[in-house]
Design a protein around this ligand. Structure first.
Ligand code: ZN
Length: 314
């Protein structure tokens, strides 16, 4: 190789892999999707360093969340997707607290997997990345981030997408859904045309091994789509009325939304929520794999279709 090419190659190599400001991870994710999903969960829960300097034990403080956003940005870049930070400031609902400690400040991170035919319609997939204090948050909610990585990677490989896919990692779900509420405002302000919203929370526990999921407050159309794919994959699909996580922020403002979770109401759910014991060794990766397959099939079904009758124009 001529010296100029060696120089160019070196510049490109280093500009891709080293960016000290962004707290880059220093290695690539494994090629197999499930292996990468396991590694992402391992990094998020402090079993591996998130960057050269930091092992993160929870994702609750401002600094922990900042480092997590930078890590997740790198994960998206490894899928050749552009990470976009949505920084927000939201007043505290208690005016006194607002005066004393100031408004909520956080960062949602999102990316867009574009349609293959210049559609202006979006399917939104989301999961929160924050945790309770001193909680590694393996089930709540690294499990969902791991599933979303797998789903996004598989969707990026399909030839036909008649809709855009917006993948978003919410901040501050643990603070009364502040992050997703701020993101809803962002979508409305920028007039995104949203087909449907699918948010995941706690999807790593399956002690009875039946791979069942619960759909929280699906519309009849969404329920049918999940049931169809569940039947093909032999995955039981239950329905509940739980509204205590991010999909609620969207439904409140008129979006078509559904929550996806492990058997939370049926009782096959982690006993370690919000505790220091919500660790990686409690995660069932066969369940992660099964749910990844299901959600991929449902979203693929939606985006390959030309139908626009599920969502509302916002
Ligand atoms: Zn959660």
């Amino acid at each position: 190789m001529k010296p100029i090419f060696v120089l160019l190659f070196t510049m490109i190599f280093f500009s891709c892999d080293y960016d000290m400001d962004e707290n880059i991870i220093f290695k690539d994710l494994p090629p197999k999707t499930l292996d990468a999903q396991i590694e992402i969960l391992s990094v998020l829960t402090g079993n591996q360093p998130m960057n050269a300097d930091n092992i993160i034990r929870s994702r609750a403080t401002i600094e922990e969340r900042r480092i997590t956003v930078n890590y997740l940005s790198q994960v998206l870049k490894q899928l050749n997707l552009e990470p976009i930070k949505h920084q927000y400031k939201e007043p505290n609902t208690n005016p006194l607290i607002d005066i004393l400690i100031g408004p909520y400040k956080g960062t949602n991170l999102f990316t867009i997997l574009p349609s293959t035919n210049n559609s202006n319609e979006y399917v939104v997939l989301g999961a929160h990345y924050d945790t309770a204090r001193n909680c590694p948050g393996a089930n709540d909610n690294a499990s969902s981030l791991s599933v979303l990585y797998g789903v996004t990677k598989r969707l990026s490989n399909v030839d036909l997408r008649n809709k855009n896919i917006l993948v978003v990692f919410f901040d501050q779900e643990e603070e009364n859904l502040v992050g997703s509420k701020a993101f809803v405002k962002y979508l409305l302000k920028h007039k995104y045309q949203v087909h449907s919203v699918h948010t995941l929370d706690q999807i790593g526990w399956d002690k009875d091994g039946d791979r069942a999921i619960e759909l929280e407050l699906p519309t009849p159309e969404l329920k049918k789509l999940y049931k169809n794919q569940g039947a093909k994959l032999n995955i039981p699909i239950h329905t509940t009325n739980v509204n205590s996580t991010d999909h609620h922020s969207f439904r409140q403002k008129g979006f078509t939304a559904v929550g996806i979770t492990e058997e939370y109401v049926n009782g096959d759910t982690t006993p370690f929520k919000d505790s220091k014991d919500d660790t990686m060794d409690t995660i069932d990766f066969e369940y992660i794999d099964s749910t990844t397959n299901l959600i991929f099939e449902v979203i693929n079904d939606i985006v390959k279709s030309n139908k626009h009758d599920l969502g509302q124009t916002k």
